[in-house]
Write a protein that binds this ligand. Structure first.
Ligand code: ADP
Ligand code: MG
Length: 623
């Protein structure tokens, strides 16, 4: 027997250190992780055996066994599932293959409390063995391989593990945990039994333990051994639903909400869908795993079956068990199947209904949902026209109605608060809610007490490209075109502005000449109160946010020319008009343009020049 030593991947070493030093509460989770792996291993064998029943050998009944030895201080977890070859043991138990791994490590803070929560989100898996064990042995034989191709893997979490080829009669994997001195309490029948019941009752395979008080080898199942989703809703407790979520969602935290449904009739399937409380690290990674666990007639078929939900619901976790799909269904087949398309439609509506219910009945939970996943859901406005009317009531925005930067205003709230005579839903897009709130574009509207929605998510401008109206009210970007105040426009105000505009005709002409190509037009307007000028975009032109997205995607953006709207009655402009043509006038005109540009897009074309110009003007103010 040759024993080889291997070093753990650096990330694993780091993870092990954290596991050993940060996870001192909830140490019992190791059992759930190992049983979960055993269940996955059995699932995988059952799936492969669909096309090759000989893999079962003379042991077609898949099980999991838990045993302990109080004298030795060991706990043993065994399954008769797929097993691992020597190479697989080296690869799977020495590295982390998860997406988002780099992200995870970059987020570690060194604060044990916070980090242990992060580990929970990341999913600890096999390495959680080392929370309670100072030495772990794994014995495995892959299904379909001969008895002399077994493997023994062992490690003391000291940066290394060793691997040897062994004779092993049993198919599947046995894990022996040599408990640390302060974890010997786990080598106890009663303790293990209660943990299995609490954490692993929903596991679809019998988890057996030796009958109590007997030295004989009599085993009995201690869990229900029935896939949770096949049981009637009324018989499942909330705690069982939560525990099952931890298994399918690979998440320590409780889910926010779930929906469990059995559909009968033309298509028969059961779905159990969960909305997590926290976004995974890789929510915005293109290659991140997403989708549901797919079962066909209770047989596990695949993880991450992404065909059953649209991309904008990629945060949903859960299982789908179909009675109609063929057992040999593949991802390619799923893509073409009309039934899958129909199920996807139904599941999408289920999730949206679940969210609507959450918003109505548990607004605090919904607000937690929105904070984590709101941006993702907004993608649905553009991508799922058929369900747009279900998505719109779920959107939440920050608003000038309150001071909070947390988005709490639903479109219906806005409409309910609209002033008499108001026909538009006003909004402004900026880099942040704070920037949006202090935008000069709001001055006039604020003076009139008209509410404006503050858009600051990077998808907002893109999303608004798909939205014309809500509840019969048109959306109006306050930085574009005419404000269209309609009946809300004060006649006297309007005449005064027109008068000021006429009086400023000379100045307008001079500004246009001085600014030349930078602007399409200079005109007097009524949008502003305290600010002398702002830039107004044409209705169809991309705004600053859209430009940034498209430019980041490598798209060349054509120059568009804004209109410079001046607040003709402003003292600064009157002062400007009094200057002769020539240098000080041109310089101030340019500053006027640049500050308007800054307020509109958050940047100017040449910041250095702008600052120099500003300082020259300031310098002239000094005695
Ligand atoms: P995950 O279960 O999320 O993949 P784990 O850390 O729990 O991550 O396990 C890592 C890998 O080790 C598994 O994906 C699997 O390939 C392998 N593995 C762990 N336990 C077993 C087992 N009992 N039988 C077969 N393979 C296993
Ligand atoms: Mg696992």
């Amino acid at each position: 027997m040759t024993t080889q030593k291997h070093g753990f991947q650096a990330e694993v070493r780091e993870l092990l250190k954290l596991m050993i030093h940060s996870l001192y509460s909830h140490r019992e989770i190791f059992l759930r992780e190992l049983i979960s792996n055993a269940s996955d291993a059995n699932d995988k064998l059952r799936f492969l055996a669909l096309s090759d029943a000989t893999l079962y050998g003379d042991e077609p009944e898949l099980r999991i066994w838990i045993d302990h030895d109080a004298a030795q201080g060991t706990v043993t977890i065994r399954d008769n599932g797929i097993g691992m070859t020597r190479d697989e043991a080296i690869a799977h138990l020495g590295t982390i293959a998860k997406s988002g791994t780099a992200d995870f490590f970059s987020r570690l803070t060194g604060d044990q409390q916070k980090d242990s929560q992060l580990i929970g989100q990341f999913g600890v898996g096999f390495y959680s063995s080392f929370i309670v064990a100072d030495e772990v042995e794994v014995f495995s034989r892959k299904a379909g391989h001969s008895a002399n191709e077994g493997v023994r893997w062992a490690s003391k979490a000291d940066g290394e593990f060793e691997v040897a080829t062994i004779e092993r009669a049993e198919r599947g994997t046995t894990i022996v945990l040599h408990l640390k001195d302060d974890a010997k309490e786990f080598a106890d029948a009663w303790k293990l039994r209660s943990l299995v019941r609490r954490y692993s009752d929903h596991i679809a395979f019998p988890v057996s333990m030796r009958k109590e008080g007997e030295a004989t080898l009599e085993w009995e199942a201690v869990n229900q051994a029935k896939a949770l989703w096949t049981r009637p809703r009324t018989e499942i407790t909330d705690e069982e639903y939560r525990e099952f979520y931890r298994h399918v969602g690979h998440d320590f935290a409780d889910p926010l909400a779930w929906s469990h449904n059995k559909v009968e009739g033309k298509r028969e399937y059961t779905s159990l869908l969960y909305v997590p409380a926290r976004a995974p690290f890789d929510l915005f990674h293109r290659e991140a795993a997403r989708g549901l666990k797919l079962y066909v007639r209770r047989v596990f078929i695949m993880d991450d079956a992404e065909q059953f939900l649209p991309l904008y619901l990629r945060f949903v976790r859960g299982v789908l068990d179909s009675n109609d799909l063929p057992l040999n269904v593949s991802r390619e087949l799923l893509q073409q199947d009309a039934d899958v398309e129909a199920m996807r439609g139904a599941l999408t509506r289920r999730v949206l209904d679940l969210l609507a219910k959450l918003a109505k009945d548990e607004p605090e939970k919904f607000s937690a949902f929105w904070k984590e996943f709101g941006v993702v859901l907004k993608e649905g406005v553009g991508e799922d026209a058929a369900n747009r009317d279900r998505i719109l009531p779920l959107l939440r925005f920050a608003s000038t109605h309150d001071e909070s930067d947390v988005p709490t205003t639903a479109l219906a709230d806005y409409v309910a608060r609209m002033k008499t005579g108001q026909t538009k839903i006003y909004y402004v897009v900026a880099e942040s809610v704070v920037a949006a709130r202090s935008s000069p574009y709001l001055e006039k509207l604020r003076a009139k007490g008209i509410e404006v929605l503050l858009f600051a998510d990077r998808v907002d401008e893109w999303m608004m490209g798909y939205l014309r109206e809500f509840d019969g009210k048109r959306f109006k970007d306050v930085a574009r075109g005419d404000l269209e105040l309609g009946e809300l426009e004060d006649a006297a105000d309007k005449t005064a502005a027109e008068e000021a505009g006429k009086a400023a005709a000379g100045l307008i002409g001079r500004l246009k000449k001085s600014l030349g190509d930078r602007v399409a037009e200079v005109q007097a307007g009524t949008r502003l109160a305290d600010t002398p000028a702002c830039l107004v975009l044409a209705e169809g032109d991309p705004g600053a946010q859209m430009r940034r997205i498209l430019e980041a995607a490598g798209q060349a953006m054509p120059e568009t020319k804004p209109t410079l709207e001046i607040n003709a009655g402003h003292a600064l402009l009157r002062h400007l008009d009094a200057l002769e043509d020539g240098e000080p006038f041109d310089e101030l005109a340019l500053l006027l343009f640049e500050q308007a540009k800054l307020a509109e897009s958050g940047s100017v074309a040449n910041p250095g020049e702008f600052v120099r110009r500003l300082n020259r003007v300031l310098g002239r103010l000094m005695p």
